[in-house]
Structure formats: structure tokens, C-alpha cells
Design a binder for this molecule. Structure first.
Ligand SMILES: [Zn+2]
Length: 174
């Protein structure tokens, strides 16, 4: 890449704390000493992406478009008990309007029966800030690919579990 091309690349950033990109959800870190019980957090989402100004307005991407995508994701995750679909020691079955969960590992067994409308099953191995940041990055990626925003190279998502502690993961668009 030539220097003149490199200079055109910019980093766009959304700060969830200021923009209301947040959701309040419950989770369980199965098997963990203190986090293995049902408890909740208010999560904040920051997004950074690297792209090149282009188009009629010379935007990397319209802030409004990206905010709408992230707000939509937050809305889906908000006020649910988030559950991992692919956890190695968690089995689940649907029984009418209920989901029945059994966690079993090394002599520890827990069972839950919950209304389906209270939970959201995500294609993850666990509901941790690490997994959630990757999940959110993946969903943003899918949405951006639909928009054919060609210059964007990568997206970084920082997921804050409460204020002051977060995980950043990066997904490539190309
Ligand atoms: Zn937690």
C-alpha cells in the first residue's frame, strides 16, 4: 500500500457509554465459584473500525447506520437471561413454553426450568465478555457485508461488563 493510500485510512469510533449502546442482561458462568449463579450486568459496547472515506459524503461509514446496527444488537440482548447454545457441559431441551437446562460437570449438577421468553440462546460456548464481544463483532460484520461497505478492513468491539472492565476483540471484514 502506498503512503498516500495509507493516509486516507481512518479509524471511526462509537462510545457506548455516551451513545446508549448498552444492554442489561443476566448470565451464568457455569462452574465458576462466584459467577456460577444467575446474576446480571449492564454491558456497554464500543465499536472501532478502520476504513477509507468514500462516496457522496466522503464518510468511512455513516455514524447513523453503524449506531442503528449496534442499537439493534443491544435491543436483542437486553433484558434476557443469555444462555450458551454450545456449552460443552450444558444440555437443553424445549418443553412447550419452557426450556429445561441441565449443567453437569465434575460432580456438580444444576437444573433450571425457565420460560422461553425470558432467555436468549446464543451460538456460543459460554456467556462471557470475551464470547459476547466476538459475537457482537460477528453480527456487525454480517450487517456491514450486506451494505457492501468495501473499504472497511476490520471491526473492533469492546464489551464492558459494567464500567471499567472490558474485552476487545477484532474481526476482519476481508
Ligand atoms: Zn457476570
Amino acid at each position: 500500500m502506498k503512503n498516500s493510500e495509507k493516509r486516507k485510512r481512518m479509524i471511526l469510533e462509537l462510545k457506548g457509554l455516551y451513545l446508549g449502546l448498552r444492554f442489561s442482561s443476566a448470565h451464568i458462568v457455569f462452574g465458576h465459584d462466584s459467577c456460577g449463579v444467575i446474576h446480571g450486568h449492564t454491558y456497554y459496547v464500543d465499536v472501532r473500525l478502520n476504513g477509507e472515506p468514500a462516496g457522496e459524503f466522503n464518510f468511512v461509514i455513516d455514524f447513523k447506520v453503524l449506531k442503528k446496527i449496534v442499537k439493534g444488537i443491544c435491543k436483542t440482548l437486553d433484558h434476557r437471561l443469555l444462555l450458551p447454545r454450545d456449552h460443552p457441559y450444558l444440555k437443553y431441551t424445549f418443553e412447550g413454553k419452557y426450556i429445561h437446562l441441565v449443567y453437569s460437570y465434575r460432580g456438580c449438577k444444576k437444573e433450571y426450568k425457565l420460560p422461553v421468553e425470558d432467555v436468549l440462546l446464543l451460538p456460543l460456548k459460554g456467556i462471557t465478555a470475551e464470547e459476547l464481544s466476538l459475537y457482537i463483532g460477528g453480527v456487525i460484520r454480517e450487517e456491514l457485508l450486506k451494505l457492501e461497505v468495501e473499504s472497511i478492513e476490520w471491526i473492533e468491539v469492546t464489551l464492558y461488563e459494567g464500567l471499567g472492565q472490558g474485552i476487545t476483540s477484532r474481526v476482519d471484514l476481508k
